[in-house]
Design a protein around this ligand. Structure first.
Ligand SMILES: O=C(O)CCC(=O)C(=O)O
Length: 272
C-alpha cells in the first residue's frame, strides 16, 4: 500500500494541495487508452472550442473503475481523508482554453479532495493547474481577497493570469491532489487539453455533515445523473470497493427527482 509521509500530510493541510510526480506513470498508457475509450463509447466529438465534459467519468467503463481499487489511490486518499472516505465520482474533461479562478467548494465541514490526472505535458503557460496556496483554510482566509482572484483587474489592476500562484507543471502519470476549497485556475491551455478527476470526501457523521454531503450530491443533478456512481462501478469491483460507495448510496435519494427537473430545464447536461 502506498502511504504518504507525515510531512506530505502536513504540507497538504497547510497549503491545500500535493503534487505527486510519476505516481501512476507505470499505468499511464492504459489510463490514456481508457480515457480515449470513454469519449469513443459515448460518441462525443470534442470541437476544441468549448469544454467537453462527462460525469461520472471513470465509472463509464468497468476496467477504468479499477482505478478506485489501486493501492496508490487508496493510500493517497486514506492518508488525507482517513480510511473510511467516500468516492464521489468525477468528471472527464477535454478542455478548451483558460479556466478562471474558482474553488470547487466552500466547505466548513468535512474533508473534500479532488485527485486530477492531466494526460498531456503541461507548463505554467500551456494550461498547467495553478493554485493559490492556503486559500482552502476558510477559517483563516474566508475574507482574504485572494479568494476573489477572478476580479484581479478591478482589485489589483492585473490580469487573472498574473495573480501570484504556484503552477503545478505536470507530466502524464503525475497526480495532483487538492482540497475542494482551494482557489485554482489554468491559463494558456490548448483546445485539446485532456484531464479527468476523482472526487472524495471524508466520512460524514453528524447531521450537519450528512446535510453537507447531500448538498454536494444534489448539486450533481445538473449533469442529468440519477446516481453518483454507475452500476458498473457498483457491481464489478472487489468487495472492498463498496466501502467507498456506501455512504453516498445512503444519501443520494434526492438526486433523481432533481435530475429529472434539470433534464426538463437545461438544454444539455452541464459542462462543468
Ligand atoms: O485544469 C483546469 O483548467 C482546471 C481544473 C479545475 O478547475 C477543476 O478540476 O476543478
Amino acid at each position: 500500500m502506498f502511504t504518504l509521509t507525515d510531512a506530505q500530510k502536513r504540507f497538504f493541510d497547510t497549503f491545500g494541495f500535493l503534487h505527486l510526480p510519476g505516481l501512476l506513470a507505470d499505468r499511464i498508457e492504459w489510463i490514456t487508452g481508457e480515457y480515449e475509450a470513454v469519449w469513443r463509447d459515448r460518441g462525443v466529438v470534442h470541437d476544441g472550442v468549448r469544454r467537453s465534459c462527462i460525469v461520472p467519468f471513470i465509472d463509464q467503463r468497468a476496467a477504468f473503475c479499477t482505478l478506485l481499487d489501486d493501492p496508490r489511490i487508496v493510500g493517497l486518499v486514506s492518508g488525507l481523508l482517513g480510511d473510511d472516505f467516500s468516492y464521489l465520482g468525477g468528471d472527464g474533461n477535454w478542455y478548451a482554453g483558460d479556466t478562471g479562478w474558482h474553488s470547487d467548494g466552500f466547505h466548513h465541514l468535512g474533508g473534500w479532495l479532488k485527485v486530477a490526472f492531466y494526460l498531456d505535458p503541461l507548463t505554467r503557460d500551456t494550461g498547467s493547474l495553478r493554485v493559490i496556496p492556503g486559500t482552502h483554510r476558510l477559517g483563516e482566509c474566508e475574507a482574504w481577497a485572494a479568494r476573489q482572484s477572478r476580479q484581479a483587474p478591478e482589485l489589483w489592476g492585473i490580469e487573472p493570469r498574473d495573480v501570484p500562484a504556484v503552477a503545478l507543471e505536470t507530466q502524464p502519470g503525475d497526480l495532483v491532489a487538492f482540497n475542494h476549497n482551494l482557489m485554482h485556475a489554468s491559463f494558456g491551455g490548448s483546445g485539446q487539453r485532456r484531464m479527468f478527476t476523482m472526487n472524495f470526501c471524508s466520512r460524514m457523521d453528524t447531521p450537519d455533515e450528512v446535510r453537507e454531503l447531500e448538498q454536494f450530491i444534489n448539486a450533481q443533478a445538473r449533469f442529468w445523473i440519477d446516481q453518483l456512481h454507475t452500476d458498473a462501478m457498483r457491481t464489478t469491483g472487489p468487495p472492498t470497493r463498496m466501502q467507498y460507495l456506501r455512504q453516498v448510496m445512503e444519501c443520494e435519494h434526492g438526486l433523481a427527482p432533481l435530475a429529472a427537473r434539470a433534464r426538463a430545464e437545461l438544454a444539455e447536461p452541464s459542462r462543468g
